[in-house]
Design a protein around this ligand. Sequence first.
Ligand code: DGP
Length: 113
Amino acid sequence: MGDCLFCRIIAGEIPSQKVYEDEKCYAFRDINPQAPVHILIAPKEHMRNITECAEREDDLAGSLMKAAVKIAKAEGLENGFRLVTNNGQDGCQSVDHLHIHLMGGKKLSERMS
Ligand code: DGP
């Protein structure tokens, strides 16, 4: 686990507002929300980013996306939502534990960058 912030959140060592959990992933509200609903979906197993996740034999990336859609439904985002994962330096990834941002609850910006 080391010093990884999200590993510590998933382990319950640092408090978070959990919204969903299954055997593979843990989802919690972003500390600095950029939309009325802003949730982070992270794998329980530590991996750096989606590049590392894509190197796996299993379909963990698909499971994370399916969990995100399940959470969007539970949050009442039937009007739409956005899923984003920042990857590496140019992607402005600030926490090096893979997470998918789920944002919604308002009409989001058309700008993506
Ligand atoms: P990114 O820049 O894609 O790596 O996103 C990291 C996100 O993590 C950012 O939107 C803020 C959020 N975040 C950082 N520290 C904490 C924390 O301690 N708790 C929670 N809930 N979110 C955090």
